[in-house]
Design a protein around this ligand. Structure first.
Ligand code: FE2
Length: 371
């Protein structure tokens, strides 16, 4: 597809043998001065390709990033996906620093930054899987080997609905080093990735890989998420491939959580429909799920069974041939369809490797569309 001077082309495969079927690069766009026609091209590309990369946007302002992100959901109330403030007990508390003038934009990254976007003396920390995984990579191997941190949908999964689109802007990127992701899940699978990649997988592929009998029941089923999920799971530990949690009875009890408003508990279809293409995606954020409610009315609420069921459905789609690990360059702006792909933070930086990014999204104006 093209409009005057704008080109949309599929991304190069990340490695020989990759079977990734999503992602596109858009060139010829100046995001700082966006008009309606240009946005229409970007929007179409996003719904068709799920992940779009706009190169060479160095110097992009937070305001322009926000404006582009907001256009995907003009009826959104403009609240950041995790709301106004993040409880200090939440596992997300340490990862996010809000841009003072634009609460929908967060500064994320790693290392010391003197000043950026009205913030001074930033000490950023790239989430390290050792804080979250039950069996982290041993310290002596940490330079060369890593894990997928947590496969997720950007969302509070309580009170607020998942953003349609998230944008990520790379202001500073340490270059030159790669790491090997070990799945450490008995499969023996590994994947060579750029340092600090953001890895994406497709919910459409995840659905397409299901056996027909699973497609039939997931299409009519829902999942219910835990109340205050990031506090609820703050003591639980994740699988080494980042796909969900072990069940060791470490989740907080209702009495240990802030007051729960049952009307704020989120329940979504397991399968979400792309509003432009009609394609169906299996979109379940495994970590905060509490229950599966099948179309026939059966409720699966034993946490271990819930997690094992989801793991069986989702694991095939995170194998290396289906993962797109973005190789960040300074000035990259990446937009992704948060109702069609899941993603994970990856990797561990060494002392002195500074990474500076901005993330923007907004709680959606309505829940994701069911099949
Ligand atoms: Fe995210």
């Amino acid at each position: 597809m093209s409009s005057i001077g704008i080109e949309v082309k599929p991304l190069k495969k990340p490695f020989a043998g990759s079977d990734v079927d999503f992602g596109a690069e858009i060139s010829g766009v100046n995001v700082e001065h966006l008009n309606d026609n240009t946005f229409a091209v970007i929007r179409q590309a996003l719904y068709e390709h799920s992940v779009v990369v706009l190169k060479n946007q160095k110097g992009l302002s937070s305001a322009a990033q926000f404006e582009l992100t907001r256009r995907f959901d003009p009826d959104a109330k403009g609240l950041y996906s995790h709301g106004k403030s993040i409880d200090k007990r939440s596992v997300l508390h340490k990862d996010l620093t809000t841009v003072p003038s634009l609460p929908q934009v967060q500064v994320i990254g790693h290392g010391r930054v003197d000043s950026y976007e009205g913030l001074a003396n930033l000490q950023l920390t790239h989430p390290h899987h050792r804080t979250f995984h039950k069996h982290p990579i041993p310290v002596e191997e940490d330079h060369d080997f890593t894990h997928f941190y947590r496969w997720h949908i950007d969302s509070a999964m309580y009170e607020l609905d998942p953003p349609r689109v998230t944008s990520l802007f790379a202001a500073r990127v340490p270059q030159g080093r790669r790491q090997t992701v070990r799945y450490d899940d008995g499969s023996g699978e590994t994947m060579d990735v750029p340092l600090g990649t953001t890895a994406f997988i497709s919910g459409y592929r995840m659905y397409d890989l299901l056996p027909e009998e699973d497609k039939a029941w997931v299409k009519t089923s829902h999942v219910e998420y835990a109340a205050h999920p990031y506090i609820w799971m703050s003591k639980a530990k994740a699988r080494s491939n980042g796909l969900g949690l072990f069940t060791d009875s470490l989740e907080l009890s209702d009495e240990q959580l802030p007051p729960v408003d049952p009307t704020k508990v989120r329940r979504y279809p397991m399968v979400w429909k792309n509003p432009e293409t009609g394609h169906l995606a299996l979109m379940v954020y495994p970590t905060p799920v509490r229950k599966i409610v099948r179309g026939d009315g059966t409720v699966i609420d034993d946490l271990k069974t819930v997690r094992e069921t989801l793991y069986r459905l989702q694991r095939p789609a995170i194998s290396p041939e289906y993962v797109y690990p973005h190789d960040w360059a300074e000035g990259d702006l990446v937009l992704f369809h948060n109702h069609g792909v899941m993603h994970s933070i990856v990797g561990a930086f060494a002392e002195g490797e500074v990474r500076l990014f901005r993330q923007c999204n907004m709680a959606a104006s309505e829940p994701p569309m069911g099949p």
